[in-house]
Write a protein that binds this ligand. Structure first.
Ligand code: OAD
Length: 278
């Protein structure tokens, strides 16, 4: 299902590869859609607590966790089970091969907490929204893996037990999922805020895959690249704020389609163009 790259895209990649700076990828939930993980804002995102249906934007908040920690934990542990059952797809693997070829010129910023890039083998990755396999103390900064005693196949509707609560602790204090919530701010220590902006400022080319661009840091990355005159290649089945910037400014190209259709071909072209000359 992978498609041949249009000639102007190949030309743009070659042209940018001779400029200094990394080839920066920015990925969102769309790159994991073909692994079977529902996108964040898609119709499968809703969650029932009692008789009420919640949108992820209501549940992924510090306020919701404060009011109903067990329910928010159960939602994350179920989503973690969905991620654990999924496998990296051709697009994740293509980025691993690319990094193997171009090493430090490769950089990835991902909004995904599913860990599929890391499981596939990507090393230079900033997980700017955290990781669903980790937790940290509610009032602390230390992170820890979700303990082995918590089932990795957590079913929908399973409630937390006292034994689960005992396990979900860091340094003997209650823990929370190690993800960034909507009513929280980015930082460098946990969410690579400064590093991401630095990568955007230095990038020779930005590739944006499968995101609506609804969160703050990804949009800043896109805007910063545009301000520096760095072109973007945007891959998405439908137009999004990044493709609109490309079409308005003429700085880059919108490849309409899925990650599976375009990422392997684009990564292969980038591997050719960006590989160090012997
Ligand atoms: P969204 O669910 O908002 O957007 C997914 C995007 O992927 C949409 O633009 C789809 O058109 C696109 N898409 C769907 N299938 C695709 C495919 N096969 N190939 C490529 N693209 C496809 O997910 P994100 O933009 O990642 O943050 O959402 C970002 C953030 O929303 C999440 O990380 C979460 C939330 O804010 C936090 O929790 C802080």
């Amino acid at each position: 299902m992978t498609r041949a790259l249009p000639a102007p895209v190949e030309a743009l990649v070659r042209e940018r590869a001779v400029e200094p700076g990394p080839l920066l990828w920015l990925t969102g939930a769309g790159i994991s859609a073909e692994s079977g993980i529902p996108t964040f804002r898609g119709p499968e995102g809703y969650w029932k607590v009692g008789s009420r249906n919640y949108h992820p934007q209501q549940l992924a908040t510090r306020a919701a966790f404060g009011a109903m920690p067990d329910e928010v934990w159960a939602w994350y542990l179920y989503r973690r089970a969905v991620c654990r059952a999924a496998e990296p797809n051709a697009a994740h693997h293509a980025l691993v091969e690319l990094e193997e070829r171009i090493g430090p010129r490769f950089r990835l910023i991902t909004q995904n907490v599913d860990g599929l890039h890391q499981r596939a083998g990507t090393k230079r990755v900033y997980a700017i929204h955290g990781n669903i396999d980790e937790m940290r103390a509610v009032s602390g900064r230390v992170t820890a893996p979700i303990p082995a005693g918590i089932p990795t196949d957590w079913p929908k509707g399973r409630a937390l037990t006292a034994a689960d609560r005992d396990l979900l602790q860091v340094e003997a204090r209650p823990a929370r999922p190690h993800v960034l919530w909507f009513d929280e701010c980015y930082d460098e220590e946990h969410f690579h805020f400064d590093s991401s902006l630095r990568a955007a400022a230095e990038a020779s080319l930005l590739v944006v895959v499968g995101t609506t661009g609804a969160t703050n840091l990804p949009m800043q990355v896109g805007m910063l690249c545009a301000r520096h005159g760095t072109p973007s290649i945007v891959i998405n089945p439908e137009p999004n704020p990044f493709s609109e910037v490309v079409e308005r400014s003429g700085l880059g190209i919108f490849l309409q389609g899925t990650a599976g259709e375009w990422v392997p071909a684009l990564a292969a072209a980038a591997a050719e163009a960006y590989a160090p000359t012997p």
